[in-house]
Design a protein around this ligand. Structure first.
Ligand code: 48H
Ligand code: FE2
Length: 256
């Protein structure tokens, strides 16, 4: 009897892990853009896994601005909120506020409900690079990464990988640093994020959401980091729209 709980957890976790050793789309980072992408891709029937370093997915959305747990959305992103049944309040012109805990938990709920599988406490430390294409991710436990333990990783194969790692654009930087390649940016390298300019940043977040190397797509703040876009502070419409855009791009490419 004492072992019934442990057996249930071990069996179901390893089944989940084994079923996800090969996926259609591996999403690195469970921030808002990654979770919206996970929702739209899983809903279309793609096999999607999300790798998140932290205990809780949600990225920079939980804490609002300076830990005031409210965020702002502009009207262009309202259709996504309506589809996900997320509540918002109008306050001025085309701008709305959301309770960030309500909004973040709703994204987690809808992404998982649509069929995306989350692996929290995991850290992507490299990509699989086959025939000049990003073909998967190299995965370790987040504490292994944090403690810099000398422990080798597991491999997850994927037809497409999304770098949704936020400001760090971790995966694009790793790909560029370790392989002598040119990304689809002005200099061929990671340009680095610029300072705050809200309208410009919200516009370019969507433009910069793209496939930056065969097999590797960027979403959310990572898009701006890679292509040299501005930051925008705690307005999240661009993040949600970027997640939807990257999902559509990948769905189109995988359905070809
Ligand atoms: C596994 C990883 C790894 C890794 C990182 O930062 P995020 O919330 O991502 P976005 O781009 O969807 O949203 C950005 C938004 O939160 C934000 O910061 C905005 C709008 N800022 C504007 C401004 O001016 O500051 O989430 C990224 C997630 C985090 O949860 C990380 O823990 C996780 O990715 N992560 N997970 N393996 N290598 N790197
Ligand atoms: Fe941020």
């Amino acid at each position: 009897m004492e072992q019934i709980v442990s057996v249930g957890i071990v069996d179901s976790y390893f089944k989940k892990l084994k079923e996800n050793l090969t996926v259609d789309v591996a999403i690195v980072g469970g921030g808002p853009s990654g979770m919206v992408a996970a929702y739209y891709l899983a809903r279309q029937g793609f096999k999607v896994s999300v790798y998140e370093r932290k205990l809780a997915p949600g990225g920079g959305m939980w804490g609002g601005a300076m830990m005031f747990n409210e965020i702002v959305i502009q009207k262009e992103a309202l259709p996504i909120l309506d589809e996900l049944n997320i509540s918002y309040k109008h306050y001025d012109k085309d701008y709305y506020t959301l309770d960030s805990v309500h909004a973040t938990s709703a994204l987690i709920y809808h992404a998982t409900q649509a069929g995306a599988t989350f692996f929290n406490c995991t850290s992507v430390e490299d990509v699989v690079f086959l025939d000049n294409k990003v073909s998967g991710v190299v995965l370790n436990w987040a504490p292994v990464h944090r403690e810099k333990m000398h422990v080798d990783p597991l491999v997850i194969m994927a037809k497409a990988v999304i770098d949704g790692t936020g400001h760090d654009c971790d995966i694009a930087r790793i790909l560029e640093r370790k392989n002598n390649i040119q990304l689809l940016t002005a200099s061929g390298k990671v340009e680095g994020e610029r300072s705050l300019s809200i309208d410009e940043a919200e516009r370019t977040t969507i433009e910069n959401t793209k496939e930056i190397y065969p097999g590797l797509y960027v979403s959310g703040m990572a898009s701006n980091g890679v292509s040299g876009g501005f930051r925008m502070g705690p307005i999240f419409g661009g993040m949600l729209l970027s997640g939807k855009k990257v999902a559509n791009l990948i769905a189109d490419n995988l359905n070809k």
